[in-house]
Design a protein around this ligand. Structure first.
Ligand code: NAP
Ligand code: 12T
Length: 345
């Protein structure tokens, strides 16, 4: 089998680490793996298939002889370095928001629009984590009954914001556990010394802001869900409105999703469709208190769906609860699935 030289931009980050382990897990045909990060990480060693690989500093010259670039070092690094990678002959799968809405860049969820991959001109974009899991669950329903409108609220894990934010929740837990008393009005407020990467304390809290605010009062994360959904479904008629909230969960994003469809879908029909939908696992057995929860979904590849019910307030409405590991299906796994499609063609 042909093997490929692969470079990971942002190899030392939360997504980068998952890219390395999933390449190994899925036995992706890697000839050489080049690990790239900032100059702060130069010389650090990371393990791949039992061998230690030294991290190199990302430069414009990093892409010589590279076939595939998996990039997750922030949008500004993608904007700056991916054109050099393309010039050097590599195909780039970008995890950042840098190129997602570019007309020349396919935006791909392999379960939904794999056909878009072949239109690439060197860069393929991985959608936002919250969009990916929503569409793995909704695309089969859209196909069956045409979705007119989506109202989604997200409950997003701290790992979506990166390794420093994962550590910040850890520090806050440690800090508070060192107190004798930490339950009671005001007693679980930590104070500013552990708040650095989030705007506010995240432990015992919810933050209804992910990414920056836009002129319309929505956050950029919320608008990504709106715009990316229309692009991936290739359908501007699907209306989306989102509220994105950070919760003190480590891994796996959850979403409460309300949809209105053109054709009636019964709960029975939804279950029948989602039972065989690629990438979906149904966990919907309320008699036995079974529904997807982030703790059960971390480390898993599937998108988990439960709490399926009719929205009794409108004619053709449904509610669903959707959970997936944001670092796997929401980022690294989706990117590697795209790479697997690429090398098959
Ligand atoms: P992270 O844990 O903070 O890691 C950031 C990575 O980028 C690290 O490897 C870091 O290297 C590297 N980096 C930062 N500045 C750099 C520079 N100047 N030059 C070279 N490398 C640099 O963040 P993350 O959670 O892994 O996320 C990384 C990116 O993936 C973000 O852009 C985010 O938007 C995207 N992402 C996408 C999804 C998705 O929905 N598809 C999900 C999560 C994240 P050092 O260790 O050397 O600093
Ligand atoms: N701000 O890839 O903070 O557009 O959870 C993913 C995750 C941006 C992205 C987050 C973000 C992206 C987050």
């Amino acid at each position: 089998m042909k093997k490929f030289n692969v470079a990971i931009m942002g190899a030392t980050g939360a997504v980068g680490e998952k890219l390395i382990s999933i390449l190994e897990e899925r036995n992706f045909p890697v000839k050489n793996l080049r690990l790239l990060a900032s100059e702060r990480s130069r010389g650090k060693e990371l393990e791949f298939k039992g061998k230690k690989i030294k991290v190199e500093e990302l430069t414009h010259g990093s892409f010589k002889d590279i076939d595939i670039v998996l990039s997750s070092a922030g949008a500004s690094r993608s904007l700056e370095f991916l054109p050099s990678a393309v010039k050097a002959g590599a195909i780039c799968i970008d995890n950042t928001s840098a190129f997602r809405m570019d007309k020349n860049v396919p935006l791909v969820v392999p379960e939904v629009n794999p056909h878009a991959i072949k239109k690439h001109k060197g860069i393929i974009a991985n959608p936002n984590c919250s969009t990916i899991q929503m569409l793995v669950a909704l695309a089969p329903l859209h196909k069956a009954a045409k979705i007119k409108r989506i109202v989604v609220s997200t409950y997003q894990a701290v790992s979506g914001a990166g390794q420093n934010n994962i550590n910040e929740l850890g520090f806050q837990i440690k800090h508070i556990a060192e107190r004798n008393e930490f339950v009671g009005l005001g007693k679980h407020n930590i104070g500013n010394d552990t708040i650095k990467y989030f705007n506010y304390q995240i432990l015992f809290n919810l933050i209804p802001q992910i990414d920056v605010f836009m002129d319309n009062g929505y956050t950029k994360e919320e608008m990504k869900m709106v715009n990316e959904t229309m692009k991936i479904l290739d359908d501007d008629s699907v209306k989306v409105t989102a509220t994105c909230v950070r919760v003190p969960v480590l891994y796996a994003h959850s979403e409460s999703i309300n949809i209105e469809t053109q054709k009636k879908l019964t709960v029975k029909k939804v279950i029948e469709i989602l039972k065989t939908a690629p990438g979906v696992i149904l966990v919907d057995d309320i008699a036995n208190k079974k529904y997807p929860m982030p703790l059960d979904c971390e480390g898993k590849d599937a998108t988990f769906v439960g709490r399926i019910r009719e929205d009794e307030s409108i004619k053709n409405g449904l509610n669903l609860w959707v959970v997936a590991d944001n670092l796997r299906k929401g980022a690294a796994l989706n990117a590697i699935q795209i790479a697997e499609y690429l090398i098959k063609c």
